[in-house]
Structure formats: C-alpha cells, structure tokens
Design a protein around this ligand. Structure first.
Ligand code: HEM
Length: 129
C-alpha cells in the first residue's frame, strides 16, 4: 500500500466503503451470534456505519460532522458484546471484504484496523450471556 495516501483512498474511497457496508450487514443479520442484536430496519445502521467507516479509514469526517465525538465503545454498551461476538463481527467483515474482492493485502490491513476496536468493545463475558 502507498503510505502517502489514506486507507480510505487506497481501498477506493466512497464506492468501496458503500460496497463493504452493503455486503457486511446481510451477513451480520444472518449471523446466529450477533444478528438478533440489530434492528430489522437495518438501513439507518448501514448509513451510520458508512459515515463512520469513511472517517475511520481516513476519509472525510462524515460521522462526527453529524453525531459529534464517536465514543464508539460507549455507544455499544447497551449491547452485550462477548469476545465470541467480536469475532463473529470480524468474521462477517472478512467475508464481506472477500465478497467485494478487495485485494488481499488491503483486506488484511482493514481487518487489522478493525480488530482493535472490535475487541475493545467487548463489555460482557461469555458466562453472562
Ligand atoms: C464487536 C462486535 C460488535 C457488535 C456485536 C456490534 C453491534 C452493534 C449494534 C447492536 C449496534 C446498534 C444498532 C442499532 O440498534 O442502532 C451497533 C452500532 C454501531 N456499530 Fe457496532 N458492533 C460491533 C463492533 C463494531 C465495530 C468494530 C465498529 C467500527 C469500528 C462498529 C461500528 C458501529 C457504528 C458506527 C454503529 C452506529 C452507532 C450509532 O448509533 O451512531 N461496531 N453495533
């Protein structure tokens, strides 16, 4: 990856982030470990995730412009996130990146960047669910 450009630009900007989100959420909804945590009306969640990932990957600050400081761990506290659920989320993301045929090197970088937050959002142990 060219180190002078953002990950956002490297993966293909707006179109790619849209593709990721559109491929990711059907997998999330079908996932036995995390699907039930999400509302049936998934469109608003998809739009927020599009805005968030855009800025998370180094693109324009779409999410913060609209919602203020992301405080993502706090926003996830209402949902019991176990280590297993963090892995399930990342696995859905891996399959989405494969489906949209993002090149393997970039796929690994994206997954690595998301893996920190995913594990950081864990707020419940498996025994409690
Ligand atoms: C670790 C596993 C994760 C689980 C189980 C999970 C689950 C959820 C759930 C249930 C919602 C709320 C949907 C709603 O009712 O509105 C949500 C919202 C959201 N999640 Fe996650 N999430 C996870 C990880 C992540 C990660 C790693 C990111 C990005 C780095 C992320 C970004 C978001 C965003 C941007 C929203 C919308 C926040 C808002 O309402 O403004 N999530 N997530």
């Amino acid at each position: 990856m060219n180190r002078n450009i953002s990950l956002y630009e490297a993966i293909g900007g707006e179109n790619t982030v849209r593709e990721i989100v559109e491929s990711f959420y059907p997998k999330v909804q079908a996932d036995p470990l995390i699907g039930h945590l999400f509302p049936a009306d998934i469109e608003p969640v998809m739009e927020k995730q599009y805005q968030f990932l855009t800025q998370f990957f180094g693109g324009p600050s779409l999410y913060s412009d609209q919602y203020g400081h992301p405080m993502m761990r706090g926003r996830h506290l209402p949902f019991p996130i176990t280590p297993q659920r963090a892995e399930a989320w990342l696995n859905c993301m891996r399959r989405a990146l494969e489906e949209i045929a993002l090149e393997p090197e970039l796929r690994e970088i994206v997954l690595q960047r998301l893996s920190g937050p995913a594990h950081h959002f864990v707020n419940t142990s498996e025994e409690e669910t």
